[in-house]
Design a protein around this ligand. Structure first.
Ligand SMILES: [Zn+2]
Length: 189
């Protein structure tokens, strides 16, 4: 299946407003993938599509790892389509960790799956955890690539969205006096 901006809008996953991103930049759009994943059948289809893209690039894999919470649903559905195990990392006091007895076998071939990749900060932290345990990180895959900076052009993704970001001083919405309603993912209703 092909993920489109229209489908994101239809599912309420592309929000428009005045947003403060975790990077400190302001933006007039925000992607809330969790809204996309409320459609369970669609989430399985997205996993299949991402699995196909992953397979065409990395051939054989042993494990999918995703950072919680954002990567959980798409990581699971992608691993299901690939017929490989799925585990996740989580932040404990801000530090990305692997808990719950999850293991990464030495030399296992791993792809990290995320919902949205902007700077790949979380995915990079997951990669370090996997590599520390002797796994081989083949790549990072995501439902949405939100990079206007051209990062990771070769990694698999389903939809590339360019969303304008501004420093607060340059933000046209601030200049118009429009208040910031949402503050990144943490304070979304
Ligand atoms: Zn602003």
């Amino acid at each position: 299946m092909k993920l489109t901006v229209e489908l994101l809008k239809e599912k309420g996953a592309l929000l428009e407003g005045h947003f403060l991103l975790s990077s400190g930049l302001h933006s007039d759009k925000y992607v809330q993938c969790a809204k996309l994943f409320t459609d369970t059948a669609l989430t399985l289809e997205l996993g299949k599509s991402l699995a196909q893209k992953i397979l065409s690039k990395y051939k054989e894999l042993d494990l999918i790892v995703s950072p919680a919470l954002g990567g959980l649903l798409i990581g699971f559905s992608t691993a299901l389509a690939l017929n490989v195990p799925f585990i996740f990392t989580e932040r404990v006091n801000g530090t990305m960790t692997l808990r719950r007895g999850f293991e990464v076998k030495k030399h296992s071939r791993v792809v990290i799956v995320e919902d949205v990749i902007t700077t790949a900060k979380s995915a990079s932290e997951v990669a370090r955890i996997v590599e520390k345990r002797g796994g081989e990180v083949k790549g990072i895959a995501s439902v949405i690539k939100r990079g206007e900076n051209g990062l990771f052009p070769t990694f698999p993704f389903l939809l590339d969205i360019t969303i304008a970001n501004w420093r607060p001083q340059q933000c046209p919405l601030c200049k118009k006096g429009i208040p910031i309603v949402y503050h990144g993912s943490k304070k979304l209703p």
